[in-house]
Design a binder for this molecule. Structure first.
Ligand code: FHN
Length: 579
């Protein structure tokens, strides 16, 4: 079994390329003239295509333009350190020369070659880790695999166990013995697999290649690291080692009509946001049936690579944000003796950060021009605040995400209490709340992405203590989230917020509001987690805070509403300056 430090290369890497490539690239989202909704590699399932008919796609799969060296050099140029390619996806088709199933690229297609052989060679030459995706549970080609209910209406435990013995284990043995050292096996969708079976697969991998990692989706929490949901951005810090697989458009496998490409800035924001939480970013490309990575992906990856060349030190092997909350202006990572400020928006001349206790010995911009930044650091005794001020050049040192590196004495030290930031906002993430769970009911808790879940009892409440240094009038915003699966309603509750402290204008609180009903998606980057999960931002208030000091905000749910089946899921509350 790998020891902890076997994750070393993976933690250092932070950024990898996912490749979803298979027979589904032939129909590319269109079946019998009809566009099939959903992700491209699910076309067989979505249109209930019989095994026999789907199998005929193999005759049309001839990726003559495939060039392993080009793919690997693209990944390398983008700054990606590992490649995870589909050796077998849910359709059951092996993308390599498999002795245990003839349903494979070498035997069933006119291409008659094994592209993985070339890929392994190119990866070894370029120093990029080769890794394999393998769908262990779903296999729509097999009677014993899960998923294909139209050809095989009945799936018994025995048939599933036979499938594991006769296809999965032999194929895993093949991919782990034919192509040299493999970085990790990316198992997926562990639907019906038992804990014992997941463990058997993990043990098989480690018996063949002790250094090869096993992804969390092997099932039952037995993987070597955790896998977030697809495209999921945690709302706060996470415990342990995690990775988020993410798309550049909406599909994984190539779909000719999916042109919903994210911008380069959006993709970088996701990379930076994940790095600031210590989460790896596995970014997908879906090559065509001819073996070509779409130009839209190539162009974006080249630009990401340009940014990585100049700012990679803020990402590779970086440690997460040392502060317990996020900042509206961007994200923070750190590494030995250095703190990186990654700006979504470039501040106008002066930038103030509160709560950094380490002494900054030097500050410099990374990127197009290295500019020494003037630093001043004071401790404000009256407000009990460490205040760092940077005089920044007016010219942005990078057009996408400019970075300033602070050199510090020793390890980074920060004030962990909730401080009002320079823009006068106060961030109150769910993971920093004190949870008051009423006796007897199901307790509220944080999920793996730092969202507060399980709030179904009106007697529960949450509260935060925080320090206000710049009093005034504030709007309160709550961010309530849908859960990933099933994607259910995130709004419709009525909440009460009460603010207590030395001087609150009495007429202002408690303040009550039915949370907005609008579900937002793909809209708001300053809460990038919302990119792919429904989330509701509700504006409540205003409240007036009349003097500096320690305050407490308490939140209660007065009514959960009819549609909010899972109660209230909370990402954060924040106080924002109101005029
Ligand atoms: O069903 C698959 C899907 O096709 C794709 O491979 C993604 C990638 O993370 N994983 C599964 C859904 O979570």
């Amino acid at each position: 079994m790998p020891k902890k430090d076997h994750l070393g290369w993976w933690r250092e890497a932070r950024f990898g390329m996912f490749i979803h490539w298979g027979l589904y690239a032939v129909p590319a989202g269109v079946w019998k003239g009809k566009q099939i909704p959903g992700i491209g590699e699910w076309i067989m399932f979505r249109d209930r295509i019989p095994v026999e008919e789907y199998g005929k796609l193999a005759k049309k799969f001839n990726p003559v333009k495939f060039n392993a060296r080009e793919w690997v050099s693209l990944a390398k140029r983008a700054g990606m350190k590992y490649i995870v390619i589909t050796s077998k996806h849910h359709d059951g088709f092996a993308m390599y020369d498999s002795a245990s199933s003839d349903f494979n690229i070498k035997k069933a297609t006119p291409y008659k070659k094994d592209p993985i052989k070339d890929l392994a060679k190119a990866c070894a030459a370029a120093g990029v880790k080769l890794c394999f995706y393998y769908s262990q549970d779903q296999d729509w080609h097999e009677q014993g695999g899960r998923g294909n209910t139209w050809d095989f209406p009945e799936l018994t435990k025995k048939a599933f166990a036979d499938y594991l013995e006769n296809k999965v284990k032999p194929q895993l043995t093949e991919i782990l013995t034919k192509y040299g050292p493999i970085g990790l096996i990316w198992f997926d969708t562990p639907g019906i697999i038992s804990r014992k079976q997941s463990l058997e697969l993990k043990q098989l991998v480690h018996s063949l290649q002790p250094d090869c990692l096993v992804s969390g989706r092997v099932g039952h929490g037995v993987g070597d690291y955790g896998s977030m949901g697809d495209n999921m951005i945690p709302a706060g810090p996470v415990n342990g080692d995690w990775e988020t697989p993410a798309t550049m458009n909406d599909t994984w496998g190539f779909k000719k009509h999916d042109t919903n490409w994210k911008s380069v800035k959006d993709l970088l924001v996701l990379l930076v946001d994940l790095a600031s939480k210590g989460v790896n970013y596995l970014l997908n490309v879906g090559p065509t049936a001819q073996g070509v990575i779409p130009q839209a992906s190539v162009g974006r990856l080249n630009q990401i690579g340009e940014w990585m060349k100049k700012h990679g030190e803020a990402i590779y092997g970086s440690k997460p944000n040392p502060f317990p909350f996020e900042f509206p202006w961007g994200r923070i990572t750190h590494n030995s003796g250095k703190v990186y400020l990654l700006f979504y928006e470039w501040p106008k001349k002066e930038f103030v950060l509160k709560g950094l206790k380490s002494t900054v010995t030097k500050a410099q911009t990374l990127g197009d021009f290295k500019h020494n930044v003037e630093v001043s650091q004071v401790y404000d005794k009256a407000l009990k605040e460490n205040v760092l001020t940077l005089k920044l050049p007016a010219k942005k040192p990078d057009k996408l995400i400019p970075v300033v590196v602070l050199e510090i004495d020793g390890d980074v030290k920060v004030d962990k209490s909730i401080q009002q930031q320079a823009d006068e906002s106060i961030q109150l993430p769910a993971h920093l709340a004190k949870l008051d769970n009423a006796a007897g009911g199901t307790p509220m808790k944080l999920d793996r992405s730092s969202i507060l879940v399980g709030w179904t009892n009106k007697k529960n409440s949450v509260r935060w203590n925080f320090n206000v240094s710049a009093p005034g009038k504030f709007r309160i915003e709550t961010s309530t989230a849908a859960v990933a699966r099933p994607r259910i309603w995130a709004g419709g509750q009525t909440v009460e917020l009460s603010l207590n402290g030395p001087a609150v204008k009495s007429a202002a609180g408690p303040t009550v509001k039915t949370l907005n009903k609008k579900i937002r998606r793909d809209e708001n980057l300053d809460t990038a987690r919302t990119k792919h999960l429904p989330e509701v931002i509700s504006k409540i208030g205003p409240v007036v805070i009349k003097s500096p000091g320690m305050y407490t905000l308490e939140m209660k749910v007065l009514d959960f509403g009819k549609k909010a089946q899972n109660g209230l899921q909370l990402s954060f509350v924040r106080l924002v300056r109101a005029q």
